[in-house]
Design a protein around this ligand. Structure first.
Ligand code: AHR
Length: 513
């Protein structure tokens, strides 16, 4: 078959099933909250090949690198304008002792990564290396402190080491190790998942420990990080409730974790590829629970913080599947398909709607772990559909959210699940343009979405679309270009109305003019 015929056939397949019509109205006259750029934050834990091999190869590696960080991976991450990186964990953070990761690398102690596969932890990546990475990315740093096996003294000294501009012994040690000026720490968290791997605590007990620790986190005013309390997960709002009451005066925000699992069961989560429509829709239905979780946690916080001074920081989220066959189960390595890009976009639209309270999120995780942006195999790397979702949504970083209303949206139903067919969000970006994101959750049917802006004639939309013929379309090292965004545009018809035909199972981001 010649390539043109093949292209036409592919388009027909994408548009299979009859389209339905909906209408979106963007209210540019009532701008909402600014979408903090940190909503597009990333998470890099000492877990599997998330750091070692995935991004860090060491300065002596044959893989081209800068100060030990892979040039190819760093370059790709720069393209999605990563605003923030959370490090060193996760569960790893509560067993991490920062002094193990400073000074000459060959003299650093080797530890066991007890959480993730029981492998050796060389401590080659420590505080200075992490700040090299965020510098290379042009990102901010989110450092997670160790409450589980650490102490107030250890966290206090780490903050002093990183941020002090005095002549103290610790500040001078940082200078001796190669960094004269204080590091800029944007956020510092006191522990991680204190309800589980971080120490199996109650929220009340954690609050008392937090108060003690926070008292001693001293930093010069201009270098003082925002301090984060480690909160709850899933549908448990008790942590947000207790922490916003107890810690209101001593915290900048409360973290929250929610992972999307196709089956909803940790024992058998579901496969990352070769799934059927029942697990396409169950995954989307489960991920949309984020909306309810945010609403309930925010409402719990409203009781003690109606002014919304505290942020709800979703500092771990994303899909979690069964690991790929033949890989170390402790490394959480999974493939990433069009379904993951749709999951990412659905969550972005939810975060935008809650921009007032949700001021930072970190997808788990940046490279080779869970819902990753990038997968690597020795010197090869590939960009995942999730990477492209982040790339397409870049204009939303720091944009001002705009209220939208959706008329005649339908439900897509299958296998006993029901989700709205279209998900959308809009914002006025820093370049002054209005951007619209549209997701069609239905894998079988396209949707015609009329776009209105009261008081404005919408002439055209221009941007990119991410879709494919298969629900599990993904990139491999042998075929790394299987799925990537394509140009997308539409213009108003003779009647002056503009309709966007959103293909089945697709993500679209366009500038509206
Ligand atoms: O992201 C993987 C793990 O999931 C993190 O270490 C932990 O915080 C969560 O349970």
């Amino acid at each position: 078959m010649n390539p043109i015929k093949r292209g036409v056939l592919a388009l027909c397949m994408l548009a299979s099933g009859s389209a339905f019509a909906a209408e979106i109205t963007i209210d540019t006259a009532k701008p909402g909250a600014v979408i903090n750029k940190d909503v597009y934050g990333q998470f890099a834990e000492h877990l599997g090949t998330g750091i070692y091999e995935g991004i860090w190869v060491g300065p002596k590696s044959k893989i081209p690198n800068t100060k030990g960080w892979r040039n190819d991976v760093v370059g790709a991450l720069k393209d999605i304008q990563v605003p923030l990186v959370r490090w060193p964990g996760g569960c790893f953070a509560d067993e991490y002792h920062w002094r193990d990761g400073i000074g000459p690398r060959e003299k650093r102690p080797v530890k066991v990564n007890t959480n993730w596969g029981g492998v050796d932890e060389s401590n080659a990546v420590g505080t200075h290396e992490f700040f090299d990475l965020v510098d290379l990315l042009g990102a901010d740093a989110y450092v997670n402190g160790n409450l589980g096996t650490g102490s107030a003294q250890e966290m206090s000294e780490w903050v002093e080491y990183m941020t002090s501009d005095s002549k103290s012994t610790l500040a001078n040690l940082r200078r001796k190790n190669g960094h004269d000026k204080p590091f800029k720490v944007a956020y510092f968290a006191v522990g991680n998942e204190a309800w589980g791997c971080g120490g199996n605590m109650s929220p009340q007990y954690y609050s008392n420990l937090y108060k003690q620790v926070e008292t001693f986190l001293r930093a010069p005013k201009q270098y003082r990080p925002k301090i984060i309390a480690s909160g709850g997960n899933d549908n448990d709002v008790v942590w947000s409730e207790v922490l916003s009451k107890e810690l209101k005066k001593q915290t900048d925000g409360i973290s929250f974790h929610y992972y999307t699992i196709p089956t909803g069961k940790w024992e058998v989560k579901g496969a990352s590829t070769a799934f059927q429509e029942n697990e396409w829709i169950s995954t989307l239905s489960n991920t949309l629970r984020m909306e309810d979780h945010i609403q309930k946690n925010s409402a719990a916080m409203d009781k003690h913080d109606p002014e919304k001074k505290l942020g709800l920081f979703v500092d771990e989220w994303g899909t979690w599947y069964d690991v790929e066959k033949g890989t170390n189960p402790g490394f959480l390595f999974q493939q990433n398909t069009l379904r993951d890009a749709v999951v990412a976009a659905l969550n972005f639209n939810i975060f935008h709607a809650h921009a007032e309270r949700v001021r930072m999120t970190n997808i788990a995780q940046m490279v080779n772990v869970l819902q990753a942006m990038i997968l690597t195999d020795k010197d090869k790397m590939l960009l995942t559909p999730t990477y492209y979702a982040y790339q397409m949504y870049v204009p939303f970083q720091g944009a001002t959210s705009l209220p939208i209303s959706l008329k005649d949206n339908q439900d897509y139903s299958a296998a006993g699940f029901k989700v709205p067919e279209i998900s959308a969000s809009a914002a006025r970006a820093k370049d002054g343009k209005v951007y619209l994101a549209l997701v069609n959750t239905n894998p079988n049917k396209s949707a015609d979405v009329a776009v209105n802006i009261p008081g404005q004639v919408v002439k055209s939309v221009k941007g990119r679309v991410l879709t494919a013929a298969a629900m599990d379309a993904h990139n491999t090292f042998a075929a790394p270009q299987t799925i990537k965004p394509a140009a997308f545009s539409a213009t108003a018809g003779a009647d002056g109305k503009l309709t966007v035909k959103v293909p089945a199972k697709a993500v679209i981001v366009v500038a509206v003019e």
